[in-house]
Unconditional design. Sequence first.
Length: 137
Amino acid sequence: MKYWLLKSEPDVWSINQQKKAGVKGAPWDGVRNYQAAKNLKSMKKGDLCFFYHSNIGKEIVGIVEVIKEFYLDKTDQSGRFVAVTVKFKNKLLKPVTLEEIKKNKHLSHLALIKQSRLSVMPIDYKSWRIINKIGNI
């Protein structure tokens, strides 16, 4: 199993909308960055992802699970980009803010800090556990 972080602007797609999508989940689409798309292609069914509210909030608010591996993104007319389907797992009891992540020396290597525009990124297991602990999971 691998761990990831998915970024979404909450006024476009929020953790609450993801929760409402239920067990059938929802496509994680609209990704137009080649590195992020490569990350989507690396995701496997059962992988877990932090759900990060970008721009508004700038915080990890929940966890979703990959339930369908990559397929062509129906929102991409060029046919070059892919999507995965994710379903809601849970909300963090305490959202983990970008500021908290930046202040933690054990998380300073994360792409969330180093490549702030990247919308789909891997998270190593140690960092996954640290963030879960901060978020009271």
